[in-house]
Design a protein around this ligand. Structure first.
Ligand code: KIV
Length: 271
């Protein structure tokens, strides 16, 4: 789709306008061209090329192993399938934690090599300098607080975060810091609904939740979880809209049976 064609692209400004108007934002992960095309056709507002690709696409236990080059490959594929959605790309673990120069270089590579529209980074005050430099280069940044999977070995579990007062207070302070730095939105993951609602009420920028209740400005899920492709993962916050794992297994079984019985291909399915 060229810039001259008619589908209107969602921008960070659109999301801000929707926050002001109280209009919810829909966001899902995408990692490849075909899925991106389908999500875009369905009307998703934001596609996140999440580092959850490390789990659902590559089969790793955590998000830590995925590399910047691999994220760039996924993101470029998604961008080719997205005509309307805003495409946000996770900076993967190891591509921004060392220092702000490395963070900036990684963000620039993502923008230059993929055509995506924004980057997402986990953390609050710890990454403030990097966020400032990336924003100064004209790259929109989405923050990510609460359960931040790149720190799983620090947390020790994927349990709900910020249940205790001190961590809840730090989350609120970090959220306000990210807003003051100029982030256009933040994701908050797996925190008590009351805290998430309070954060969304205090912040002027959109707060998008995953496992954070309904009091926020938008919702994000991992597409493979939402479509029931990932049967092993069933946290309380997940709503499954289909059981595609079952459908794929059944369809594949039918294909195998047809091949074995020589009923595929038939006369019309050949040249
Ligand atoms: O990588 C990812 O999929 C994410 C979402 C869970 C927000 O960061």
């Amino acid at each position: 789709m060229s810039v001259h064609q008619s589908i209107k692209r969602i921008t960070t400004h659109t999301l801000q306008q929707w926050k002001n108007e109280g209009k919810p934002i829909s966001m899902l992960t995408a990692y490849d061209f075909t899925m991106a095309k389908l999500l875009d056709r369905a009307g998703i507002d934001v596609m996140l090329v999440g580092d959850s690709a490390s789990n659902v696409m590559a089969g790793h236990e955590t998000t830590l192993p995925i590399t910047l080059d691999q994220m760039i490959y996924h993101a470029a594929s998604v961008v080719r399938g997205a005509s309307r959605a805003l495409v946000v790309v996770d900076l993967p673990f190891g591509s921004y934690q060392a220092n702000s120069s490395e963070a900036l270089r990684s963000a620039i590579r993502i923008m230059k090599e993929t055509g995506a529209h924004a980057v997402k980074m986990e953390g609050g005050s710890e990454v403030a300098e990097s966020i400032t430099r990336i924003l100064a280069a004209g790259i929109p940044v989405m923050g990510h607080l609460g359960l931040t999977p790149q720190s799983i070995y620090k947390f020790g579990t994927y349990n709900v975060r910020a249940k205790e007062e001190a961590e809840a207070q730090k989350l609120l302070e970090d959220a306000q810091l990210l807003e003051s730095l100029g982030c256009f939105a933040i994701v908050i993951e797996k925190v008590p609904a009351k805290l998430a609602k309070k954060t969304a009420e205090i912040l002027k920028i959109p707060v998008i939740g995953i496992g954070a209740g309904g009091g926020v400005d938008g919702q994000v899920l991992v597409t493979h979880d939402m479509l029931g492709l990932n049967e092993e993962f069933s946290p309380r916050f997940l709503r499954r809209y289909r059981n595609l794992a079952e459908e794929i297994v059944q369809a594949t079984g039918a294909y195998i049976a047809d091949v074995k019985s020589r009923s595929f291909p038939n006369d019309k399915e050949q040249y």
